[in-house]
Design a protein around this ligand. Sequence first.
Ligand code: UDP
Length: 334
Amino acid sequence: MKARSFRTALVAGGAGFVGSHLCDRLIGEGYRVVCIDSLLTSTLENLSGVLCESRFSFVEHDVIKPLPRGLTADVVFNLACAASPPLYQLDPIHTMMTSVVGTNNLLLFAAEQGARLLQASTSEVYGNPAVHPQPETYFGNVNPFGPRACYDEGKRAAEALCFDYLRLGMADVRVARIFNTYGPRLRASDGRVISNMISQALADEPITIYGDGTQTRSFCYVDDLIDGFMRFIRHEEALPHPVNLGNPTELAIAEIPALILKMTGSRSEVVFCPLPTDDPCRRRPDIALARGRLGWQPKVGLEEGLARTVAWFRLVQRPEALRRERAPSERAAS
Ligand code: UDP
C-alpha cells in the first residue's frame, strides 16, 4: 500500500500538555497545523514556540460545539479533554460531553474531509484492573456511576464511536490508549502526582501521598508518547482495536518522593492524605502490540525524564518562589 503523505494537521486540545508537544513536533516535521482549544484547562503559553510560525494557526473553540466552518485538514488528532482527575471532576458533565459529543464532532469533520483521525484514549478505560499488566483485549473494570466515570466512561464511549465510524467506512481512525504521561508543561496546579510532587518539593512544602502509596502507575515521558502518535498516525492499516502507548516500568507511588527529593535537594517532608474514590490499585501497559505493529517502545527512563521535568519546573516556578520569598520583607517595609 502506498503511504499517504499528510500536509495539514488539526490538533484538538493542542494547547494542553500533550497537545502542545504534538504541535511542536508537527511544525518541526513541516506540517501546517491548525490548533483548536477551549483553553479551559490549557494555556497559550504552551504554544509560545509555534505561535509565530506561518504554518501554525490557533482557533479558540470548544469541541462540544460543531467545528467552525472553513477548516481543512488531512489528519486530525483528538486530544481535547481535561485529563487530570481533579480537573475532569470539576465539571463532570462537560467532561463526558467533551469525550462523546466532541469526539463525534471531530469524527464528522474527519469523515467530511477524508482525514485520518487519531483518538487519544486512556488507560482509565481499564478502571481498577483485575488483569495485570493490561493488554488491549482486557475489557476493564470501571465503576460506571462513580466520580471518575465522567472521564472513564466518556473515553470508553468515544472509543465505541471511533470503531463504529471505522466499521461503517465513514472515517479512518487510530485509537491510542495513553498511560500516565509526564514532562515539561504539566501544570503545577493540575493535581497529578508528578506535577504535585515536583512543585511541592521545589517549594519545600509537604509532598502528598494519597492512600498508603502502594498503588502503582507506569510513567511515560511525553517525547516517547509523541513518537508513538507519529508512528501510529502513519500506520497505513486501520487496526480494528486500540493500541496501548505507555512505559511498562511500574512503580509504587510511595517510591516517587525519594527520587524527587534527591533531584531537587528539597527539605520537604512526606505526608499521607486520603485516597480518592475509585483510585486504581495498579496500572501497567502491555505494549506488545505497539512494539509489534508500530515498532514503538519508550526510550526515556524515569530518572532522565524526571530530571528534565524538574529542570522545567525550576524555570517556571522560580518567579513564583521569588515572590513568596520577597513577600515578608516587602510587608515589613510597608
Ligand atoms: N497521587 C498522590 N499524590 C498526589 C497526587 C496523586 O499520591 O499529590 C496518587 C493518586 O491517588 C494516584 C496516583 O498518584 O494513585 C496517580 O495519580 P494521577 O492523578 O497523577 O493520575 P491517575 O493515574 O490517577 O489518573
